[in-house]
Ligand binder design. Structure first.
Ligand code: NDP
Ligand code: BG6
Length: 497
């Protein structure tokens, strides 16, 4: 592990894209402003778009102003940060780009002295990862320099399906050692997500209830009000299943369903998550429609503003079949969870941005207070991932007054109220971990493979079977109406976050 104050260089491929502007640079800036980014550092950014260093810095400043947790306090402080940013226009499929990157890194390292620590970041559409990894290897850029580290962060989705993920793993293994590879899922860096294991395993009261005897159902919702913005080209090759479900939502499911690891270290935590993936009942190809549902947004209104439909977005085919909404019904077949349905849903251009996990407990076996027990809500623990981070437990209480009537009340914990201020962004934590060589919150290749294996029948049915409906929904709604029927088959309904 490198000392925490060692110099390093970050090389971002795909630096003109949304991820760099919206997440990576704001996170790097916030770390810098909070004095937790090791110094001296250099950020060498590259993409095909022609830009000067100054153009790039201006663009990053806009991203930071809009998205960073910490806003630049003055032009001078920003300028100091920005002086570490350089931009090299070039095509990641062209080997000549890598010669330019190498000479930039060599120059920077010679000027600043100290160890040659390098972190490469694949922030392009996944279809380019092969080229980037192959070219880094061919240019000799994957080798660690004496006394320094060389690592690579690979963004999700890792591959396009099971075979391509395996091929990507083989390619990576031919160029990098496994301990140089950081497969990122930024949901694991969110404070609220890290807190799931603390909630479960640092509190005595939940674990005895955390099983099929007490839990009736789990719902995991990651709803976005955003559309595809400028990312039509990327999203067309991904869709909601690959973009969100295969990684973020399945990770959340694993954190809720996993057994207690023997310790809070990368190996044991990842082992337990893998066991959950292996326990999920496979989706039968002939019964995909029972387990999965897809939708695509049409025009509508989000937060009072008219927005176009998906097929009208830039970079999207006029007859696109890409899903912008996906729902799954999964069963974890083990002693703890047998028979408990896990419903997962995610979508773009939904009514509001809200990600939460709701654990609905069984009702009391016999209700003595009311003739109509259905009038009393089941206890539900809601973990709010974002926004308004926190958690709430719904319990029944007596409504004050002479009548014996019950009302659901919420025991509510809000991060903002208790801890004050804004929590660090997921990318702040994860970038720092990669720089420091801590892979605990990164994914292991076997988990990724298992996740693809699970979803393969769905991917195949959606790609090849024209009879599988692609349900339309209005932008600004809670998704296709068919999603209500999908969950109603088991007698349930989606929660409104
Ligand atoms: P964008 O489409 O916004 O950016 C992609 C980048 O790759 C651009 O810099 C683009 O620049 C370059 N690029 C696109 N097509 C090509 C091509 N054919 N050849 C060479 N370069 C190309 O995507 P995002 O930034 O949103 O996503 C990138 C990755 O990050 C994806 O894997 C995504 O899953 C992941 N991610 C994104 C998040 C987000 O919020 N945006 C969050 C978490 C992960 P240029 O055209 O200038 O070369
Ligand atoms: C990314 C997806 O992984 O996560 C995006 O590629 C999505 O499509 C984003 O918008 C959501 O992240 P967050 O942290 O804003 O919930």
């Amino acid at each position: 592990m490198a000392a925490h104050d060692e110099p390093f260089s970050l090389v971002i491929f795909g630096a003109s894209g949304d991820l760099t502007r919206r997440k990576l640079m704001p996170a790097l800036w916030s770390l810098y402003a909070g004095r937790t980014l090791p110094e001296p550092f250099a950020i060498v950014s590259t993409a095909r778009t022609e830009m000067s260093d100054d153009d790039f810095r201006r663009r990053m400043r806009e991203g930071v102003d809009e998205f960073a947790r910490v806003k630049p306090p003055s032009a001078q402080v920003w300028d100091r940060f920005a002086s570490a940013l350089t931009y090299i226009p070039g095509d990641p499929t062209d080997p000549r780009l890598y010669a330019k990157v190498e000479s930039a890194l060599t120059r920077i390292e010679a000027e600043r002295g100290g160890a040659a620590n390098r972190l490469y970041y694949c922030a392009t559409p996944p279809s380019l990862y092969d080229d980037i990894i192959g070219n880094l290897g061919a240019a000799g850029l994957a080798r660690a320099r004496p006394g320094g580290f060389t690592r690579i962060v690979v963004e999700k989705p890792f591959g396009h399906d099971y075979e391509s993920a395996q091929a990507l793993d083989r390619l990576l293994a031919g160029v990098f050692h496994e301990d140089q590879v950081y497969r990122i899922d930024h949901y694991l860096g969110k404070e609220t997500v890290q807190n799931i294991l603390v909630l479960r395993f640092a509190n005595g009261i939940f674990e005895p209830l955390w099983n099929r005897n007490h839990v009736a159902e789990v719902q995991i919702t990651v709803a976005e009000s955003l559309g595809v913005e400028t990312r039509g080209a990327y999203y067309e090759e991904a869709g909601a299943l690959r973009d969100m479900m295969q990684n973020h939502l399945l990770q959340l499911l694993c954190l809720i369903a996993m057994e207690p690891p023997v310790s809070f270290e990368a190996g044991p935590v990842r082992d337990e998550k893998n066991k959950v993936m292996r326990a999920i009942r496979p989706i039968e190809p002939a019964r995909v429609r029972d387990s999965a549902l897809r939708g695509q947004y049409g025009p509508g209104f989000v937060e009072g503003k008219a927005v176009p439909g998906y097929r009208q977005e830039k970079g999207v085919a006029a007859d696109s079949k890409t899903e912008t909404y996906a729902a799954l019904r999964l069963i974890v077949e083990n002693w703890r969870w047998a028979g408990v349905p896990f419903y997962l849903r995610t979508g773009k251009r939904l009514k509001k941005r809200a990600s939460e996990i709701a654990i609905r407990f069984q009702r009391t076996p016999h209700m003595i207070f009311q003739r109509d027990p259905a009038g009393v809500e089941a206890n539900t623990l809601v973990i709010r991932i974002q926004p308004d981070e926190g958690m709430a437990l719904t319990v029944a209480a007596k409504t004050p007054g002479p009548e014996l009537t019950l009302s659901p009340v919420r025991l509510d914990f809000r991060y903002g109220e208790v801890f004050g201020g804004e929590s660090p962004e997921a990318y702040e934590r994860l970038l720092l971990d990669a720089i420091h060589g801590d892979a605990t919150l990164y994914l292991r290749g076997d988990w990724v493979a298992q996740a693809w294996k699970l979803l393969t029948p769905v991917l195949e049915a959606w790609a090849r079977d024209p009879a599988v409906p692609l349900s339309a929904y209005e932008a600004g709604s809670w998704g296709p109406t068919e999603a209500d029927a999908f969950i109603a088959r088991d007698g349930g309904s989606w929660r409104t976050p």
